[in-house]
Design a protein. Structure first.
Length: 317
């Protein structure tokens, strides 16, 4: 079942877990004072509809977010938020490999956009199961997901918060920042709300303290060669491993491959060195199960196909 309201495949979701995820999102919105209730006819800014977007995370938990459906009406050159490429992660690991005393820490901002003030006067009509009151809407005070400026506002806020404590922003990639610490140089790159910081332990401890003062965030254990540090971290769906003899390595998180196999119903399938048919026993117009090759995919099938193709491309990097 594909639910237009939620924007995801819901047929296998536990309704109790789904409701708990929605309750958590509403709690986050209240904690960050993300909106105020106003009469719709008195709101002078743009009014847009909101919807639930639900996703199943790698660990099987459910995340639900209220997203504004703000559409672009014209091209705006300044609406931009960068992302770091694979080269940046490789550079981070290269830096770590130069000195065994260096380590890494991964930080995840909680509801990143909800911690950033909005620069637009937007009123959101919430989904049907959220009831602000008859004739009332939510005037957003933060950069809610789904609005044009949210990513840009978040990036600028993160950059400015780091500049204020002495970081310099890379001229090559806006998501890369460096600073001279007490023990050595700190190298930080971020992808949306996920941060990876590399440096000496004392400097990274200071960095974590700074981030916790400025943002509500979750901090993974430090990862490094030293015996008391973790030997594995996860960042942007990649598994990073350090071994005293082999050094630093990374790979796409194996859980993605496992999930792809399960989604395709191939748990009991056999591995092959080269996928091919033993013989061409069906026409070029029809598969053995009767599926027409030129039959248009349904909305659900199209979404699933794009998702699986994206995972396959990601695993190949």
């Amino acid at each position: 079942m594909y639910d237009e309201e939620y924007g995801t495949n819901l047929h296998n979701l536990d309704p109790i877990k789904l409701q708990a995820a929605k309750d958590k999102e509403m709690s986050n919105l209240a904690e960050f004072k993300a909106y105020k209730i106003v009469q719709e006819h008195t709101h002078t800014g743009e009014k847009i509809d909101g919807m639930w977007v639900v996703a199943v995370k790698d660990d099987g938990s459910i995340r639900a977010r209220i997203v504004g459906k703000q559409f672009r009406r014209k091209w705006i050159d300044t609406r931009f938020a960068g992302t770091p490429g694979m080269l940046v992660l490789r550079l981070s690991l290269s830096i770590l490999a130069t000195d065994r005393r260096m380590c890494m820490v991964v930080i995840d901002l909680t509801g990143a956009f909800l911690q950033i003030a909005s620069d637009e006067n937007i009123g959101v009509r919430p989904p049907p199961d959220v009831h602000p009151g008859q004739g009332k809407i939510c005037a957003m005070l933060v950069a809610i997901y789904g609005t044009r400026s949210a990513s840009e506002r978040c990036q600028h806020h993160i950059q400015n918060s780091h500049i204020s404590v002495g970081f310099e922003i890379s001229v090559v990639n806006p998501c890369v920042m460096t600073k001279q610490g007490k023990a050595g140089r700190i190298f930080v790159h971020f992808h949306g709300d996920d941060f990876c910081a590399v440096g000496f332990r004392a400097d990274l401890e200071d960095y974590v303290k700074m981030m916790q003062e400025k943002y509500k965030c979750k901090v993974q254990n430090f990862t490094g060669v030293d015996a008391d540090l973790d030997k594995e971290a996860r960042f942007t769906k990649r598994r990073i491993v350090v071994d005293e003899n082999r050094g630093w390595n990374y790979e796409a998180d194996p859980r993605h491959a496992e999930a792809l196999i399960v989604d395709q119903g191939l748990e009991n399938g056999k591995g092959v060195s080269s996928p091919m048919l033993k013989d061409n026993t069906f026409s070029t117009e029809e598969l053995p199960d009767g599926t027409r090759l030129h039959q248009l995919l349904s909305k659900e099938e199209h979404s699933e196909m794009r998702s699986h193709a994206g995972v396959g491309q990601y695993l190949s990097l």
